[in-house]
Ligand binder design. Structure first.
Ligand code: UDP
Length: 310
């Protein structure tokens, strides 16, 4: 039986990854410091024989006794609102946390996949974003704490690969949504759904012409699984290229939730990317992966989940 460590295990993506690897017959060791994660997301796994949980902050030395075959590093605040509230933790988990986990991977001879982000492209001037684009990041702006942590994470991961021959993978994750997202994490999708469900006006920032491309969590988990088991070591974009402006998206949600409320416009946060859409040619070619769940179906499943919370 293969053993895998998943950091950020109680978070949105981490908890779905725990489910996936349990289903695939792995022994799963979950780790989380619970600053943004929630044990409710993995409650159902505690009775399982092949699940363990460590309440631990990966910026401190990480130890897992015995054999370890794989590591997924998914610990980090991920919503702009969260990482603006926790800038130092965000930098530390991307930098010191990644360093600790690469050290653990080297020690255990384990394969490690790190969760990078479309944020390494910053406010991109190339569209759609392919992996060879170097990005446009403001290091000293408010988003720099996340973007630069992810960029450092990629650099140190490649250094461990090239210098120590650690088997490393880098997933550049684009906007992902689905059940177990926090309804109050401040991101557009949960915020709009929450506002529509509770009869509040939808807050679109700026003029709403900025674009995002949303990937359903099940598709994301499949992509991560395939990348981990691949023999490819350079960064791969994982996301859904179905792009939409935030104004159109808010309108879609109002219609979708049959809400009687309206859209109101609020100031655009500093350095908010104007456009974002992954090129997934590489993922298609190398992993034979592409997303399958459309926004309509994904939103339906997410709305059902949020209805249980409000
Ligand atoms: N946004 C918005 N209203 C909100 C929250 C976010 O219009 O209540 C916008 C935000 O300015 C950005 C886009 O929606 O242009 C996506 O933001 P999100 O926080 O979901 O994540 P990002 O993709 O920027 O990391």
């Amino acid at each position: 039986m293969k053993k895998i460590l998943i950091t950020g295990a109680a978070g949105f993506l981490g908890s779905h990854l725990c489910d996936k690897f349990m289903k695939e017959g792995f022994h799963v060791v979950g780790m989380d410091n619970l600053i943004t994660g929630n044990l409710k997301n993995i409650d159902h796994l505690f009775p399982e024989e092949h699940f363990e949980f460590y309440h631990h902050d990966v910026t401190k030395f990480v130890n897992v006794p015995g054999e370890l075959h794989y590591i997924l590093h998914f610990a980090s605040p991920a919503s702009p609102v969260d990482y603006l509230k926790m800038p130092i933790q965000t930098l530390k988990v991307g930098a010191l946390g990644t360093h600790n986990l690469l050290g653990l991977a080297k020690e255990k001879n384990a394969t490690i996949l790190v969760a990078s982000s479309s944020e390494v492209y910053g406010d991109p001037s190339v569209h759609p974003q392919h992996e060879d684009y170097w990005g446009n990041v403001n290091p000293v702006g408010p988003r720099g704490v996340y973007d630069e942590a992810k960029r450092f994470q990629e650099a140190i991961t490649m250094a461990y690969h090239n210098f120590h021959q650690v088997d490393t993978k880098i997933a550049r994750i684009f906007n992902t949504y689905g059940p177990r997202m926090r309804i109050d994490d401040g991101r557009a999708l949960p915020t709009f759904l929450n506002q529509a469900l509770t009869g509040k006006d939808l807050t679109v920032y700026g003029d709403g012409s900025q674009t995002r491309s949303f990937c359903f969590v099940q598709d994301m988990v499949e992509g991560i699984y395939k990348l981990l088991l691949s023999d490819y070591n350079l960064p791969v974009n994982i996301g859904n290229p179905d792009e939409i402006t935030m104004k159109e998206f808010a309108e879609e949600i109002l219609k979708f939730a049959s809400s009687q409320t309206k859209i109101i416009y609020e100031p655009l946060p500093q350095d908010d990317p104007k456009q974002r859409k992954p090129s997934i040619d590489k993922a298609k070619e190398i992993l034979g992966w592409e997303p399958k769940v459309g926004r309509k179906e994904g939103l339906k499943l997410t709305l059902e989940y949020f209805k249980t919370l409000v």
